[in-house]
Design a binder for this molecule. Structure first.
Ligand code: F6R
Length: 366
């Protein structure tokens, strides 16, 4: 049942190239010039009347929402807020009939997310669900549904469902941009072509697993570490930190790299591991200066950068390089090494990787 892998999590990590292909599937037309989201029943007029978008989800799905916020804002120029579902309902969000609420849920049964969906509908918003389970509560109650075709996810720690959610956001963001006329035909083609390259690029990263395994063994001896990054790298830092905590039980924090010097830098001392995400090329200079700040305090830095930016190695103790893609698409690659890091750290500590303590796969209580 684990297809030759030791754990479901590792199997699911390796299923990501297929999950990307299946989620894109027939949603890209034959000549790669157009996004086809036949399942969306929202009319073009309804799309044009959207004034703001709220993305609401829990845990890892919320982290996909953080990427989704940037994707939609950059591509479609519609203001987006992302909230965790358990906070959303109680902060009196400003919802109108021109608000689109996007709920993201692998299981489609998460109680907080479902409650947020119901509240949004009660207040007259249109709801789009991004979910992995056809016929789930969230899928049934939403006005529109984009199914992520990741296939069943068994490990408690979400991997392929998360990355398929990213793909769903790219497709939806491009679709909105097409309808709203905020993307040039040439840019659309370029982005679609880059999307279609992702599965093979993920395969390339998976071939570097041994490197992540050795980093994991190094960090497994530590009590606490940090993930830092800017922009989309910060969203991935948050996901990497959650994944690590969840299955390795090592404490970690994700920090926007530029925020460190406003307090957290005080925690950096000799030998503290820092995982520095530096995959946003336009922010590289700034991130490098933050890496220097932690290095100067004795941190042991593992950098994650893009091929072609190997100067990163001069600033860090160890590095891993990702194949090049568009800046907007890097999250679909940069999270893969972090999933492997969490997996191998959990393994090194002898934990039950697929069933971490205190957690359930589907959280049906608020
Ligand atoms: C972490 C994880 C959880 C879920 C969260 C929401 O690896 O899996 O954080 O993402 O409980 O679950 P769904 O997506 O089913 O609503």
């Amino acid at each position: 049942e684990k297809g030759g892998y030791d754990h479901f999590m590792l199997k699911e990590i390796h299923e990501q190239p297929k999950a990307y292909r299946d989620t894109m599937g027939s949603r890209i037309n034959a000549d790669g010039s157009k996004i086809v989201l036949d399942e969306i029943r929202m009319t073009e007029d309804q799309i044009r009347s959207i004034r703001n978008i709220h993305v609401v989800a829990c845990g890892t799905a919320y982290h996909a929402g953080l990427v989704g916020k940037s994707v939609i804002e950059r591509l479609a120029r519609v203001p987006v807020e992302a909230d965790v579902a358990s906070e959303y309902r109680y902060r009196s969000p400003i919802i109108t009939k021109d608000t689109l609420v996007v709920v993201v849920s692998q299981s489609g049964e998460t109680a907080d997310t479902l409650a947020a969906l119901r509240e949004a509908k009660r207040q007259g918003a249109r709801v789009l669900a991004i979910t992995n389970v056809v016929g789930s509560s969230v899928a049934r109650e939403a006005d529109d549904v984009i199914i992520t075709w990741a296939g069943p996810e068994i490990a408690v720690a979400s991997t392929k469902a998360y990355t398929s959610q990213l793909i769903a956001f790219y497709l939806f963001g491009l679709y909105l941009a097409e309808v709203l006329g905020t993307i040039e035909a040439a840019d659309l083609r370029k982005t679609i072509a880059a999307l279609q390259e992702l599965p093979e690029q993920v395969e390339n990263i998976l071939q570097q697993s041994a490197k992540m395994e050795s980093f994991a063994k190094q960090i497994a001896a530590h009590n606490s570490l940090f993930f830092i990054g800017r922009g989309l790298d910060f969203a991935i830092a948050q996901e990497g930190s959650l994944k690590l905590k969840e299955i390795s039980y090592i404490h970690s924090e994700a920090y926007a790299a530029g925020e460190l010097k406003h307090g957290t830098l005080a925690l950096i001392e000799e030998g503290v591991p820092v995982i520095a995400l530096a995959a946003q090329e336009e922010l590289l200079e700034k991130t490098l200066s933050n890496i220097k700040e932690v290095k100067a305090r004795g941190a042991y830095v593992i950098g994650i950068g893009l091929e072609g930016n190997e100067e990163l190695s001069e600033f860090v103790d160890a590095a891993i390089y990702l194949p090049r893609t568009l800046s907007l698409l890097t999250p679909a690659l940069s999270v893969i090494p972090l999933q492997l890091l969490a997996y191998y750290a959990s393994l090194a500590k002898g934990n039950d990787v697929d069933k971490p303590r205190n957690l359930a796969k589907s959280v049906t209580v608020e």
